[in-house]
Design a protein around this ligand. Structure first.
Ligand code: HSE
Length: 444
């Protein structure tokens, strides 16, 4: 594609203003200045198509931006890039091909369409000199497409397997952890909006199979026919099965499996419930999360886990494809100053601002009042003890004291350790480790 370095604006048309369409609009709009900064163009969501104009939607956009006529967006000369988020096959396919004919790149989350017609669509995009981005089609927010196509390009893949459907994983996790029946959890999942309108996609393994076929194509370059592979769902899994699996040191997960035997060069793809040993990360990937384990000939095994569905994660993947299209149009290659900020905008945190709790091991003289002196020393610096345990070292009249603290900060802890080092009766340099609490960092 020729670089069009003088482009000032990229206008986005979104076909299908459901969960992912609205998320894409929201994040494009909210971060408008950021796109301008990193890409040197304004990326503006302009129009969206819906089935009904009357339906209430969480993301509010001007009425004039909405239409029931998707094709009018594809044909609109003001629209530069199309996000196809309507799902389904026939209409999505003809709109995508039409966009290519008009020289417009398309970004999609439509796994069924790619699984059925990927070859034809990729060829049409190439012929038209445009891009077809589909990061959002497999495992929502997990960047698996880029990882396969770019990051792990040096590898051949004897094995790729994992959890590719969040809804079925949510159901199995609750059945297993809470002992609640399939029907009961399914009712909750429906209420939470997790289950596709066509429930067979989630419950009978079809959605996971679409994704497995795409992964097989990316890893091995061949399209496997859905009709020719084993596709089973989760309807026959009982609580009894889940408990029996646990006794065998496993969990039952709905697994998408892509294997290649490099001796005879045969590839097998399937989706089915499988007992996965508990020491596999995939077995411990629960709830609506997806997880994909890739065994590469060069790197060994890499496991990616994260949110495989939902508005924000999937919109994030759609936007990453949009950014790629814009970079190609602008001729921006390689390093892009993503997330760079000026020293005025962002500064390194001071020690006093960095909070956390700590583990301290001291070797102290084993005599009355020693522990009280240690506690006083910590208290002087506002460090509060959470746990204390002491084991005597018989031969030397010293004791090993292991302490953990409540939340404090790096500055207080550093001052406290300096004092402890000088404290009478503390014989060796204190050992200090940070206690990592992922919840204190999580935005979830
Ligand atoms: N129904 C799908 C899932 C949505 O549960 O994973 C994302 O493809």
């Amino acid at each position: 594609m020729n670089a069009e370095n003088n482009i000032q604006t990229i206008n986005i048309g979104i076909l299908g203003f459901g969960t992912v369409g609205q998320g894409t609009w929201k994040h494009l709009e909210e971060n408008g200045q950021f796109w301008q900064k990193i890409l040197g163009v304004q990326v503006i969501p302009r129009r969206a198509s819906v089935r009904s104009l009357d339906k209430q939607r969480k993301v509010k956009i001007p009425a004039s931006a909405l239409t029931t006529d998707s094709q009018s967006i594809v044909d609109d000369p003001e629209i530069d890039l199309i996000c196809e988020l309507i799902g389904g096959i026939e209409e999505a396919k003809s709109l995508t091909l039409r966009a290519f004919e008009k020289g417009k790149s398309v970004v999609t989350a439509n796994k069924a369409l790619i699984c059925e017609h990927g070859d034809e669509l990729f060829e049409a995009a190439e012929k038209a000199g445009v891009q077809y981005g589909f990061e959002a089609s497999v495992a929502g927010g997990i960047p698996i497409i880029k990882v396969l196509r770019e990051s792990m390009v040096a590898n051949e893949f004897p094995l790729i397997y994992g959890i590719l459907n969040g809804t079925s994983n949510y159901i199995l996790t609750r059945m297993e952890k809470e002992g609640v029946s399939f029907e009961e959890v399914l009712t909750d999942a429906r209420e939470l909006g997790y289950v596709e309108a066509d429930e067979a996609l989630d419950l009978d393994g079809v959605d996971a199979a679409h994704k497995a076929v795409i992964l097989a194509y990316l890893a091995h370059g061949i399209w496997v026919d859905l009709e020719d592979i084993t596709v089973e769902g989760i309807r026959r899994i009982s609580i009894e099965d889940l408990q029996a699996a646990r006794k065998l040191g496993c969990k039952i997960k709905l697994i998408g499996m892509i294997r290649r035997n490099f001796d005879n060069n045969h590839i097998s793809v399937g989706v089915y419930p499988a007992l996965v040993p508990m020491d596999e990360i995939i077995a411990r990937t629960d709830g609506v999360y997806n997880g994909i384990s890739l065994t590469g000939s060069v790197v060994g095994t890499v496991v990616l886990t994260g949110r495989g569905a939902g508005q924000d994660p999937t919109a994030g993947s759609v936007i990453s494809d949009i950014v790629d299209v814009v970079k190609a149009k602008k001729g921006i290659s390689g390093f892009c100053k993503l997330r760079h900020v000026s020293p005025e905008e962002c500064k390194p945190a001071k020690a006093v601002e960095i909070e956390g709790s700590f583990y301290i091991r001291l070797t102290v003289e084993d005599r009355p009042g020693q522990l009280a002196k240690v506690a006083d020393c910590l208290a002087e610096h506002d460090v509060s003890l959470a746990t204390v345990s002491q084991s005597p070292k018989n031969e030397s009249a010293t004791a090993s004291v292991i302490l953990t603290t409540h939340d404090t900060n790096e500055h207080s802890m550093s001052m406290a350790i300096q004092s402890l080092e000088k404290l009478e009766g503390v014989n060796e340099k204190p050992v200090l480790f940070r206690v990592f609490d992922p919840n204190s960092f999580s935005k979830e």
